[in-house]
Design a binder for this molecule. Structure first.
Ligand SMILES: *[C@@H]1O[C@H](CO)[C@@H](O)[C@H](O)[C@H]1NC(C)=O
Ligand SMILES: *[C@@H]1O[C@H](CO)[C@@H](O)[C@H](O)[C@H]1NC(C)=O
Ligand SMILES: *[C@@H]1O[C@H](CO)[C@@H](O)[C@H](O)[C@H]1NC(C)=O
Ligand SMILES: *[C@@H]1O[C@H](CO)[C@@H](O)[C@H](O)[C@H]1NC(C)=O
Ligand SMILES: *[C@@H]1O[C@H](CO)[C@@H](O)[C@H](O)[C@H]1NC(C)=O
Length: 623
């Protein structure tokens, strides 16, 4: 139904020379297999003098969500949206800036399935003109990924990549250089607002040896930073791959405020994959735009006082207004994009956006991402179902998958405790085809199983409890908090915090439902985010029925080949490589001291390959 109309439009625009199939997908935008968005009650965007569109933690989801209508727009649609919003800003005489706070890679087939990784994604990503772009921790785990940041992302960003506390080591010379410029000062197009922007990464320690992350507390002592915050600008922008309540943002806020008691500051956060809005004072706020191209954060600032004399006349009336900061979380789908722009499927798309959508489609095809390994019989949730329960991915993993794949011919029938961290799983499994793409969405990591043989059971049996409940004990051994082993959504402070954090259960499940009166008037709401933040509970652009999210443990465990009765004397302790430091620390704490040399490889295949193999065997091929 949709295709012929799109085709007609495409052919008018581009002439009759190209193949029909190209037109069909070219002009429709979003991915051909994406579900259509569902209409829902909406809240409009609050506009100000200066407005922002902010993404973070997109993790390669350029194609959008092909199994969830609410997030079904792709990167090309976002390009069209940004272009249309900028056109409207020009008409209103205000400004729009785009921000991206890192973790653009790892977590979706279109990045992970190619060799080298990201073969298609860097070129597609750069089609969006972003004004401030920063680095996440995921860009720095693999040396090759940091190389690509330096060689591709930085030049692609046309001078807008900021690396305030990150250096890169040039492989040929060993020379340590800033990954990109430390900060950037610019004046906005229409309102002539003078902005000074920084780009930070939290105090991350897990990077490969070809980058250096400087602690934020040290960076703010450097001369260039101290000079920069003494510049007389109208607004400071701090984009960071940092959680908004994190200690790094607090240090930056305090440093800037010491020099500027009233200059507005706008923070942009990331890393923990949530929607968040944070008030520091009446002229300093932060927003975080979720994850996986589900959310585009919208921020508007109005009444920005002008510091510079020469531009005062341009908006003399702004001095009279009180400054205000407003936010909105935009669900990434075409229904919302049309609503916010007042355009429709004919008038909304831009050539640049359609070209990006087409590039995404071709890349997915080249990588055969729709190849199906099996058909999931039902939805399995990472944090939308309680653990343990039949709808939990982690229960499926520890009761069905692990007992079958944790086998090693050399250790046949040896009682085994097998541990996997819950953070090794990144997303849900939806009823329907489990594809090549799904494997990277579920777990993009190249984790392998390692083991220590013949560990006294009395010590081995305490490891799980220690990692899940006794973070303090392990943190005392100078390890990052074991909460880094869980999903990013459960990050409550940054990895390097010195003070051991108690592992408190987080209260995702009390995200507030819409009030009962509004529910009565708005039946059939689609389940989705019902965010509550420092601005209240009206931040989401789409009114949703609430979804409950549950806290999950840092690690799960399977008992394999245990005797029918009684406890074994010794067991093999099998674990994914990522958690080795915590396993060794927990064993040592329980009286079983092992060295790295005692650890051997248990299976060649990665965790993801083992899961895919299990699915191929147990879930029927066709849906
Ligand atoms: C279309 O997109 C591709 C990749 O995303 C890019 O290389 C190419 O330059 C784009 N073409 C146009 C006309 O924008
Ligand atoms: C990193 O890049 C080099 C050279 O491009 C390549 O030989 C190597 O296989 C890559 N390593 C990984 C882990 O991708
Ligand atoms: C990083 O580690 C690798 C492997 O251990 C080594 O070959 C390389 O020289 C190191 N690079 C730097 C910049 O230290
Ligand atoms: C889209 O909007 C244009 C301009 O308002 C209008 O002419 C056209 O009929 C609309 N198309 C659809 C499919 O609604
Ligand atoms: C969970 O699944 C198991 C095995 O399929 C079944 O025996 C059990 O009744 C299920 N529990 C619930 C609460 O559905």
């Amino acid at each position: 139904m949709l295709l012929p109309r799109c085709f007609a439009q495409g052919s008018r625009r581009l002439g009759m020379l190209l193949a029909i199939s190209l037109f069909a997908s070219l002009s429709c935008a979003e991915q051909p297999s994406a579900p259509s968005p569902v209409a829902a009650p909406m809240r409009p965007l609050p506009w100000g003098q200066l407005n922002f569109l902010a993404t973070t933690d997109t993790h390669g989801w350029l194609a959008g969500h092909l199994q969830e209508p609410q997030y079904s727009a792709d990167w090309g649609d976002y390009i069209s949206f940004a272009t249309r919003i900028k056109e409207q800003a020009d008409e209103r005489g205000v400004d729009v800036l785009l921000i991206d706070c890192g973790d653009r890679i790892e977590g979706n087939g279109i990045y992970d399935a190619s060799s080298p990784k990201g073969l298609y994604t860097y070129d597609i990503f750069r089609q969006q003109h972003i004004d401030v772009i920063t680095t996440g921790n995921h860009e720095l785990y693999q040396p090759n990924a940091s190389d690509r940041e330096y060689q591709l992302s930085v030049p692609n960003s046309r001078g807008n990549y900021l690396a305030s506390n990150l250096d890169y080591i040039i492989p040929e010379t060993g020379e340590q250089v800033p990954m990109a410029q430390r900060f950037r000062k610019f004046t906005t197009k229409n309102q002539k607002i003078e902005v000074l922007a920084f780009g930070f990464l939290f105090d991350f320690r897990g990077n490969a040896n070809n980058t250096r992350v400087q602690k934020v507390e040290n960076t703010i002592k450097e001369k260039w930073f101290q000079d920069a915050i003494r510049e007389k600008v109208d607004l400071f922008v701090v984009a960071g791959h940092i959680i908004l309540p994190g200690k790094e943002v607090k240090a930056l806020y305090e440093a800037i405020r010491r020099q500027n008691w009233d200059t507005p500051i706008q923070f942009f956060g990331g890393h923990s994959h949530i929607r968040d809005f944070h008030k520091y004072d009446s002229s300093a706020y932060g927003i975080q735009g979720g994850r996986y191209l589900e959310t585009v954060g919208w921020m508007s600032i109005d009444g920005i006082p002008k510091k510079s004399e020469k531009t005062k006349s341009i908006s003399a009336d702004s001095a009279k207004k009180d400054i205000s900061f407003k936010r909105r979380y935009i669900d990434n789908n075409l229904f919302g994009y049309h609503y916010h722009t007042g355009l429709n499927e004919t008038t909304f798309p831009t050539k640049l956006g359609q070209n990006a959508s087409e590039s995404i489609r071709l890349a997915r095809k080249a990588l055969d991402l729709d190849h199906s390994y099996g058909c999931a019989p039902k939805n399995l949730w990472l944090s939308r179902a309680q653990y343990p329960s039949n709808d939990s991915i982690l229960t499926w993993l520890d009761t069905e998958v692990m007992p079958e794949v944790i086998v090693n011919p050399k250790r046949k029938d040896v009682p085994t405790l097998a541990l996997t961290n819950s953070g090794a799983m990144r997303f849900d499994i939806f009823k329907g085809p489990f594809t090549r793409d799904s494997t990277y969405i579920l777990s993009p990591f190249i984790s392998k199983f390692l083991y220590i043989k013949d560990v006294p059971y009395e010590s081995a049996k305490r490891v799980l409890t220690l990692i899940n409940n006794a973070g303090q004990v392990l943190a005392a051994q100078n390890l990052p908090s074991a909460s880094v082993l869980g999903p990013p959504e459960q990050i409550s402070d940054c990895e390097d915090s010195k003070a051991p954090e108690p592992l408190q259960p987080l209260t995702f499940s009390d995200q507030r439902p819409l009030s009962s009166t509004s529910s009565k008037h708005l039946p059939n709401l689609i389940p989705g985010y019902t965010t509550k933040d420092d601005g209240g509970d009206d931040g989401d652009d789409t009114q949703h029925a609430p979804i409950s999210f549950y806290n999950v443990p840092n690690c799960i465990q399977s008992e394999i080949s245990f005797p029918e009765k009684g406890a074994p004397e010794t067991v093999d302790v099998v674990f994914v490589d990522f958690i080795q430091p915590w396993v060794l620390a927990a064993l040592a704490f329980s009286g079983a001291v092992y060295k790295i040399d005692d650890v051997e490889l248990y299976r060649e295949e990665t965790l993801t390959e083992l899961i895919t193999g299990w699915i191929g065997k147990h879930w029927q091929k066709e849906c």
